[in-house]
Ligand binder design. Structure first.
Ligand code: NAP
Ligand code: ZN
Length: 347
């Protein structure tokens, strides 16, 4: 076994603290890479708090992982020692079902293996995430990372990036479309960048008036304060798409009113409670509410290559691991500009 060190939550009520653990030996198809940076996703906070379901503890969160390869298995062909490498939310899937074969491993019919808070496919041990010094991942789930981009700012692309890129691509959002991004946090700010890059007219819908200047710097064309009834009224029926990235409970009916006829609400945020949607919010204007989960491996690589080509990274605040709890507190208040990334040298 490989000795690893990281930061873990021992239970849902205890703050993260240093924890030593073991990772599996590098198998013939595995890549081991030392972690240099790991992004902090709101999903990390949801999961250590058991917001969605009972988690597996101790839990080492982190699924926006970048680093450098230190060892490869005998059958590995795509990576060599010294390469930059990245891993997002998944480390394995069945690889043979209809969805896996189509490159939609996130929708693996047997369930994908998450990077943490999941069991290895052989059931032998839990998976542990990126708030740690090293990781072993099967080759198919390791991404190539360009050396053209700032490495720390690339880490959030592995989750926040692909989670917003994938639905915008699926619904072919681009020129001629009015796109609203609901919630300007880690996912939201990447949604703005991709929406703009794809040619859409982008509006940020935010509860935080103080984010207006940032939204414009990110490339958004318009900014709407959702707490202002006048602004909400003026925007009724004006968007083709809304990308909902909100992490907490919110009134979907109010936001559905902002969609045009045939408009689509693309939900990626995962609040802890179900939505309460009145049928009238959908019927009046044939509206759709849809969901999207991260993205497959092929599309994640496509997104990373697109970012390298178009010089797109996340806007980050680099933190020491010891500041993780304070960062979670700020994230809970919507005070992230726009992604915390842990400098793993501080582990
Ligand atoms: P984040 O950085 O905390 O951003 C969430 C943003 O939502 C906040 O910055 C805030 O923006 C807005 N917000 C918060 N509470 C709100 C409320 N009560 N009403 C309206 N808006 C509110 O979180 P994140 O990392 O981007 O993650 C967002 C959500 O996506 C989380 O639930 C996460 O678990 C989920 N997620 C899903 C996937 C997937 O595959 N579908 C992948 C990753 C993450 P403003 O200040 O602008 O209002
Ligand atoms: Zn995430």
């Amino acid at each position: 076994m490989i000795q690893a060190k990281g930061w873990a939550a021992q239970d849902p009520k205890t703050d993260l603290a240093p924890w030593d653990f073991e990772r599996r030996e590098v198998g013939p198809h595995d890549v081991q890479f030392d972690i240099l940076y790991c992004g902090v996703c709101h999903s990390d906070l949801h999961q250590i708090k058991n917001d969605w379901f009972e988690g597996i503890f101790p839990m080492v969160p982190g699924h926006e992982i970048v680093g450098r390869v230190v060892k490869v298995g005998d059958h590995v062909t795509k990576f060599k020692v010294g390469d930059l490498a990245g891993t997002g939310c998944m480390v394995d899937s069945c690889q043979v079902c209809e969805n896996c074969k189509e490159g939609l491993e996130q929708y693996c019919l047997e369930g994908n293996t998450q990077t943490y808070n999941s069991m290895e496919r052989d059931g032998s041990r839990p998976t542990y995430g990126g708030y740690s010094n090293t990781i072993v991942v099967r080759e198919e789930f390791v991404l190539h990372i360009s050396d053209k981009l700032d490495l720390a700012a690339t880490a959030p692309l592995l989750c926040a990036g692909i989670t917003t890129y994938s639905p915008l691509r699926h619904w072919k959002v681009g020129k001629g479309h009015k796109l609203a991004v609901l919630g300007l946090g880690g996912l939201g700010h990447m949604g703005v960048k991709f929406g703009v890059a794809f040619g859409a007219e982008v509006t940020v819908l935010s509860t935080s008036p103080s984010k207006e200047e940032d939204a414009k710097k990110l490339g958004a064309h318009h900014f709407l304060v959702t707490k202002d009834p006048e602004q909400m009224k003026a925007a009724q029926g004006s968007f083709d798409f809304i990308l909902d990235t909100v992490s907490a409970e919110h009134d979907m009916n109010a936001y559905l009113g902002l969609l045009k006829t045939n408009g689509v609400m693309m939900c990626v945020g995962v609040p802890s409670k179900p939505y309460a949607i009145h049928p009238f919010s959908l019927i009046g204007g044939r509206k759709s509410v849809a969901g999207s989960g991260i993205g497959g491996i092929k599309e994640t690589q496509e997104m990373l290559d697109f970012c390298a080509e178009h010089n797109i990274v996340s806007d980050i605040e680099l933190i020491d691991i010891k500041d993780i709890t304070a960062s979670y507190e700020r994230m809970e208040k919507g005070d992230v500009r726009y992604r915390f990334v842990i400098d793993m040298a501080t582990l």
